[in-house]
Design a protein around this ligand. Structure first.
Ligand SMILES: Cc1cc2nc3c(=O)[nH]c(=O)nc-3n(C[C@H](O)[C@H](O)[C@H](O)COP(=O)(O)OP(=O)(O)OC[C@H]3O[C@@H](n4cnc5c(N)ncnc54)[C@H](O)[C@@H]3O)c2cc1C
Length: 324
């Protein structure tokens, strides 16, 4: 067992608090938190964790995540410090901006409507960048918190599109540490699932549609207004708790509608409650524990199943304390 942060090949924090690294502000500590700066460090962190007998867990923005309280005897790797987002140089597929050394020239965004993004870039920074450059494709993620890596792993999106609509190449680290660039056609993303299994996203090349910046901005603004009207975006939550069931199973009702029809909006447990605005959001009103949140989710799931016959599947990821 490693006893010192110096024994790790990347920046490492012992007994690191995870709560503040989640949007819902719930969760305990990780035995080790590793903070790689780039894809190579991410690769080293994964290999080092595995050599020490840990299966590393990957934390992006923690926006779709509920972490159990207490000490997790695990290694968590955060993408928080991997925040680069830049236009590729003409004819280049390079993920490293330093390797260009200035001798290559940027092409016009209309001519080469791509961006290279590293896993820790926030989705909102990416949206701002595409808005400014007149690159259409990310408007569907206006107001969605989290990192690009998490967005690709979860295939974040909504009624106007999803993350993988814009992915051209994704750079991943395999569980055995190999780094691969996977073209879109070799991947099988699905509804709220990037289909990458155990692979860790280090970055991606995204391809957009060039449009007038004013049009892209206006569309993003409208989607954001709509989102803010129907979702409790400023409250501490983990986003949508449940996936929407297939329409043939639920009669076309979304997960939120099913929760609402069962009269469960406003249901509470401790400091956790089901949002009165949107039935698919569980909110931490300040001091909720993971037991409050997870207990409430189970209660809602079980009542929806018994009253409607529909068993809701979790969209949020739950990290339990598990023996190694
Ligand atoms: C207010 C609010 C609104 C939201 N609205 C939406 C919405 O409209 N649509 C939507 O789809 N989602 C929505 N979400 C959920 C969330 O924002 C997205 O799922 C987002 O993509 C999660 O990214 P993250 O970086 O926070 O991932 P995390 O929550 O950190 O992780 C989620 C999962 O992805 C894995 N993961 C993270 N990074 C990587 C990586 N680099 N490689 C491999 N696996 C990784 C984690 O291990 C975990 O299993 C919302 C959440 C909130 C709080």
């Amino acid at each position: 067992m490693t006893t010192s942060s110096l024994n790790w090949p990347v920046a490492a924090l012992p007994e690191a608090e995870l709560r503040e690294r989640t949007y819902i502000r719930v969760g305990g500590k990780a035995r080790w938190l590793l903070e790689p700066l780039d894809a190579e460090e991410l690769q080293s962190a994964i290999l080092a964790a595995r050599e020490r007998g840990f299966t590393p867990r990957i934390l992006g923005g923690g926006c779709n995540m509920i972490i159990e309280d207490g000490l997790h005897d695990c290694v968590v790797i955060t993408t928080d410090r991997m925040k680069k987002c830049f236009r590729p140089m003409r004819g280049s597929n390079d993920f490293d901006p330093k390797s260009h050394r200035g001798e290559l020239v940027h092409s016009d965004p209309a001519e080469d409507p791509r961006l290279v993004v590293w896993a820790g870039t926030t989705l909102q920074n990416l949206c701002r960048t595409t808005n400014e450059l007149g690159l259409s494709g990310m408007e569907c993620l206006a107001g969605v918190p989290g990192h690009v890596g998490g967005g690709i792993a979860m295939n974040a999106g909504g009624r106007y599109g999803e993350m993988w609509d814009s992915v051209e190449v994704v750079r991943v680290i395999e569980p055995d540490g190999r780094m691969l660039d996977l073209p879109r056609q070799e991947c099988t993303p699905r509804y709220r699932n990037g289909g990458l299994g155990e692979r860790v996203v280090a970055g991606a090349i995204l391809r957009f549609k060039p449009q007038k910046p004013v049009e892209v901005k206006e569309r993003a603004k409208q989607y954001l207004l709509e989102k803010n009207r129907v979702q409790p975006v400023t409250e501490w939550s983990a986003g949508c708790v449940f996936k929407n069931p297939p329409p043939e199973v639920s009669g076309g009702r979304s997960a939120g509608m099913l929760v609402e029809q069962c009269g469960l909006k406003g249901r509470e447990r401790g400091d956790a409650w089901v949002s009165p605005l949107h039935g698919n959001f569980v909110i931490n009103r300040g001091h909720a524990t993971s037991d409050d949140v997870l207990g409430l989710i189970e209660e809602v799931r079980s009542e929806v199943a018994s009253r409607t016959g529909v068993t809701l599947e979790l969209e949020v990821k739950v990290w339990r304390r598990e023996p190694r």
